[in-house]
Design a protein around this ligand. Structure first.
Ligand code: ZN
Length: 123
């Protein structure tokens, strides 16, 4: 009798990706924050919401030869679609229609778009 019930194929196919690997072109391009001194991707250590439209972020560089730690500010720029909640008190500007980006999920077969956001492919 065969008690080995393991499936012949893995249940989930999820290729391991090291997007923040030191010196990797892709990591540099896809990292949310890059070091202003050496362009390496950075870890976010802490973030504090200052107002509805401003967040302060403490980050540190992943390049051990750099080690830069710094603070930065993330600021609301404009809405692409104003959504369903009315908040006239925030005075949020709306992006001109011709400048609204079209962000699509990645194609399984097609070539990878280097400008694609990483949130869709687990990077
Ligand atoms: Zn650095």
């Amino acid at each position: 009798m065969n008690f080995d019930r393991r499936p012949s194929r893995p249940l989930i196919e999820a290729p391991l990706q090291f997007r923040t690997s030191s010196g990797g072109e892709r990591a540099k391009h896809n990292a949310l924050i890059t070091c202003p001194k050496c362009d390496a991707p950075c870890f976010i250590r802490r973030s504090v919401r200052v107002t509805e439209t401003v967040k302060h972020i403490d980050a540190h560089c992943t390049n051990t030869g750099c080690g830069h730690t710094f603070g930065l500010e993330m600021v609301f720029r404009h809405s692409y679609n104003p959504g369903l909640i009315d908040r006239p008190d925030l005075h949020l500007p709306i992006c001109p229609r011709e400048l609204v980006p079209h962000v699509l999920p990645p194609s399984r077969d097609g070539p990878e778009d280097p400008d694609q956001l990483t949130m869709f492919n687990g990077g």
